[in-house]
Design a protein around this ligand. Structure first.
Ligand code: 5GP
Ligand code: ZN
Length: 120
């Protein structure tokens, strides 16, 4: 299947990975809205909310809770938005959650530098 996120899961496309296990992968968005914009995806391909099992949604959501804490600790945002897009709003048709931090001053850094901060 020609799916960018499946290719990221199997390592064909590199990503700044924050967490990975047999079920999910967590990595930085390549075109971030803000520093620390993170995607959480199940490795098993499904398209959207309708197409994804509650077990899988729960597992990705549980990890979103952990990663939210990491983003807060390392990047000190004023808040973090959790987003999941469906239909024409969903650009990549592989189920994923976004964690999008917000800041008073949005001084955007390059993704590699943000990755280094998150891994320190
Ligand atoms: P959507 O609109 O589908 O909810 O969001 C898809 C997100 O995936 C976008 O924020 C976009 O920047 C991100 N994205 C698209 N292609 C890639 C990629 O190859 N690598 C990474 N890390 N993010 C990607
Ligand atoms: Zn996929």
């Amino acid at each position: 299947m020609d799916c960018i996120f499946c290719k990221i899961c199997n390592g064909d496309i590199p990503s700044y990975t924050l967490y990975e296990d047999d079920k999910i992968k967590v990595f930085l968005d390549i075109n971030p809205i803000s520093n620390g914009h993170t995607l959480i995806i199940p490795k098993n391909h499904s398209v959207d909310l309708d197409d994804t099992s509650l077990d899988t949604i729960n597992y990705t959501l549980a990890k979103a809770k952990d990663i939210k804490k990491l983003l807060e600790k390392k990047l000190n945002p004023i808040g973090i938005r959790l987003v999941q897009n469906n239909g024409t709003l969903e650009e990549v048709k592989h189920f994923h959650l976004h964690l999008i931090p917000f800041y008073n001053d949005n001084n955007k850094m390059n993704v590699e530098d943000v990755y280094k901060i998150l891994n320190n």
